[in-house]
Design a protein around this ligand. Structure first.
Ligand code: GLU
Length: 414
């Protein structure tokens, strides 16, 4: 975990938006505190024969607008404070894109690269048992996040359903389509990042089809964002994972890098000129897309950063100081709660399909995703043009107002 506490970062982002948001002080104070966080202990008999004890969390941040919603991450750096920050960001994200949800997040402190598939299944089932009293299609709906995916969601759905005695597809989103997952969910966050990048270029009056792009993080979000941007004609010139990355000023062969990583290889072993993560963040490109962990872009990186635009595919990838420096330098930053909202939008579409027991086509899902992101982008830009100084603050002003309005109507009870 980095030294900058993500929860403090989220609170600082809220504070910055307060003067621009029509939110009473009592409600604003209330919005700074998560409703509840459960910590669970997960004793697991590993394939190695050892018994290991893992820690997991589920934070339910706010439910004024609907059921709690948010992913589950498996990572050695997970902390309660990080999970609470991520749950807060989910609250602002679902409000910003106007989904009938609140915000939540979960996490298990573990290193999936050191575990077998069987160990991960056992951790997932035990974690689901630990939090099953607080989740459900009408209460709190988990989804994938870092190092979790359709198989993890299948195990969560199965475990929850076995305790219920009947199959409950709507308890999680991001499932395999064969068991109620929607088409288009796996690539939705990356597709959304590409759509929002395209809209940003339109807004700036620039052409995306000759832009150069650097992507830090090549997991589900970064790799799909790179693929869609490559399809849109942009040159993806640098990509990296934890091991480092590759660089080609004429554009990288994105599809073959995706297969390279899918086959279990690291990007530092890919053919081509290598680039460190640090160099990638400072690369002379049109767009930088941090798609890995929080606090990747530090004050020092922000000072040297040469990209014209930053699109936050990760949650909280800028430290507060980095954010301030980029504002001072007039580098537009498309905030996480807008840039990576494609994932939760398509999660919502999956949940609606589960509730109605009626599946949509991929075209229906993708066009709904594009429309919601376009409308949200336009709303954020209008708010910015009305005098809110930057895109993040404009996005927060909208999200905080929507959440506060829900609290105002509902009142304080009991
Ligand atoms: N984990 C994703 C996020 O950070 C998706 C959450 C969801 O689909 O509920 O937005």
């Amino acid at each position: 975990m980095s030294e900058i506490d993500p929860f403090e970062n989220m609170l600082a982002q809220m504070d910055r938006a307060e003067p621009y948001a029509d939110v009473g002080p009592g409600v604003f104070e209330r919005l700074k505190h998560p409703e509840r966080t459960l910590k669970v202990t997960l004793p697991i008999e590993l394939d190695s024969g050892d018994t290991a004890v893992f820690e997991g969390y589920r934070c339910q941040f706010d439910s004024a607008r609907g059921p709690y919603k948010g992913g589950v991450r498996y990572h050695p750096g997970v902390t309660m404070s990080e999970v609470e920050a991520l749950a807060g960001w989910m609250t602002w994200k679902t409000a910003l894109v106007d989904l009938p949800y609140g915000g939540a997040k979960g996490g298990v402190v573990c290193n999936p690269t050191e575990l077998t598939d069987n160990d991960i299944e056992n951790i997932t089932r035990r974690y689901t048992e630990g939090i099953r009293r607080m989740i459900g299609p009408e209460t709190d709906v988990p989804a994938p996040d870092m190092n979790t995916g359709p198989q993890t969601m299948a195990w969560m759905m199965d475990t929850y359903s076995m305790y219920k005695g009947y199959t409950v597809p709507g308890v999680v989103t991001g499932k395999p389509p064969e068991i109620g997952g929607t088409l288009g969910r796996v690539e939705a966050t990356g597709r959304g990042v590409a759509i929002v990048t395209e809209q940003t270029f339109d807004y700036l009056g620039r052409r995306l089809d000759d832009a150069s792009i650097a992507v830090q993080g090549f997991g589900n979000v970064g790799s799909h964002a790179a693929r869609f941007l490559d399809d849109m004609g942009a040159d993806v010139v640098a990509v990296s994972d934890v091991s480092g990355g590759v660089y080609d000023p004429d554009g990288l062969p994105v599809e073959s890098l995706v297969s390279h990583v899918r086959d279990g290889n690291m990007l530092s072993d890919a053919a081509g000129e290598s680039i460190s993560n640090d160099e990638l963040l400072r690369a002379d490109v049109d767009v930088l897309i941090p798609a890995a962990l929080e606090n990747a872009v530090t004050e020092a990186v922000a000072t040297d950063l040469r990209a014209d635009v930053v699109v936050e595919a990760a949650n909280g990838p800028l430290t507060p100081d980095a954010d301030r420096i980029l504002r001072e330098r007039d580098v537009p930053v498309v905030p996480d709660i807008l840039a990576n909202a494609g994932g939760v939008i398509v999660s919502y579409l999956e949940w609606v399909q589960n509730t109605q027991e009626y599946a949509w086509t991929l075209e229906e899902v993708n066009s709904d995703l594009r429309e919601r992101l376009t409308d949200t982008f336009d709303a954020v830009v209008s708010r910015h043009e009305e005098g809110v100084p930057d895109l993040r603050t404009a996005a927060y002003a909208i999200a905080l107002e929507r959440t506060a309005t829900a609290h105002d109507f509902r009142g304080l009870f009991p």
